[in-house]
Design a protein around this ligand. Structure first.
Ligand SMILES: C[S@@+](CC[C@H](N)C(=O)[O-])C[C@H]1O[C@@H](n2cnc3c(N)ncnc32)[C@H](O)[C@@H]1O
Length: 193
C-alpha cells in the first residue's frame, strides 16, 4: 500500500516528522525482527498496513493529553500513535523483555519525549488515570475493561482495535461506537460516546 497517499486521502493531520519517524522505526523493526520475534508483520506492505490501521483513529479521536496502550508488542498501536500525537503523553505497557527493549530503543533513538515504556503486565502497574486507553490484539473487550479499571475515570475513553467479533462482545455495553474501515472495527467506549 502507499501509506502516505492513503493517509493523505483520509485527511489525517500528522506532524511534520511523522514519516521520518516511521521510516526509522521500520528500519529498526526489520533489523530487530530478524533476530527476535517482535511481530508477525515481516514485509514492508504488512507493516504499512499495520501503521495505517494504528493511525487511522486520529481521524475521529478527540484531543487527549494522556494515553496508555495495553500490550504494545512491537509498537501497535501505541508507538505509532505517539509519532502521530506529539502533544499526547503515551505510556506503552509491554511485559516481554525483547519487545519492551525494542520500544525503549525506539524512544531513545528518535528522542521521543512523549513516550514512557513500562515493562510490566498492566495488572502490576500503580493506578493512574489516563484520558485514553488503547489496545490491539491482546484480549477480549470484557477483559480489557477489567484490566483498564484502575486507569480510567468517567471522563476517559477507550479505543480497542477489533474484528467482526466486536458485535458479540458489546451486546451488554451501553456507551459505545463502532467505526468500521475495510479491515477493522474500532470500538470507542466512554460515558459520553
Ligand atoms: C498478540 S500481541 C499484540 C501486540 C500489539 N498490540 C499488536 O497489535 O501488534 C499481545 C501483546 O500483549 C502483551 N500482553 C499480554 N498480556 C498483557 C498484560 N496483562 N499486560 C500488558 N501486556 C500484555 C504481550 O506481551 C504481547 O506483546
Amino acid at each position: 500500500m502507499d501509506l502516505k497517499a492513503a493517509l493523505a486521502s483520509d485527511n489525517i493531520e500528522l506532524p511534520e516528522n511523522f514519516f521520518f519517524n516511521i521510516q526509522k522505526y521500520k528500519e529498526h523493526l526489520f533489523k530487530w525482527n530478524k533476530i527476535h520475534n517482535l511481530t508477525g508483520a515481516k514485509d514492508v506492505n504488512t507493516v504499512d498496513e499495520f501503521i495505517y490501521d494504528a493511525v487511522f483513529p486520529v481521524s475521529f479521536l478527540p484531543k487527549v493529553n494522556s494515553l496508555m496502550d495495553i500490550g504494545t508488542g512491537a509498537g501497535f498501536p501505541g508507538m505509532i500513535l505517539a509519532f502521530a500525537l506529539p502533544d499526547t503523553h503515551v505510556t506503552l505497557v509491554e511485559p516481554l523483555t525483547k519487545r519492551a527493549s525494542f520500544l525503549q530503543f525506539i524512544k531513545a533513538d528518535l528522542g521521543l519525549s512523549n513516550v514512557t515504556v513500562v515493562k510490566k503486565r498492566v495488572e502490576q502497574m500503580e493506578p493512574k488515570i489516563f484520558d485514553l486507553v488503547t489496545s490491539r490484539a491482546v484480549t477480549d473487550t470484557k477483559m480489557l475493561l477489567k484490566l483498564s479499571e484502575n486507569f480510567r475515570d468517567k471522563h476517559s475513553k477507550l479505543l480497542f482495535y477489533k474484528g467482526e467479533k466486536v458485535f458479540d462482545e458489546v451486546q451488554e455495553i451501553q456507551n459505545h461506537k463502532i467505526i468500521e474501515t475495510k479491515n477493522r472495527h474500532y470500538l470507542l467506549l466512554g460515558e459520553d460516546i
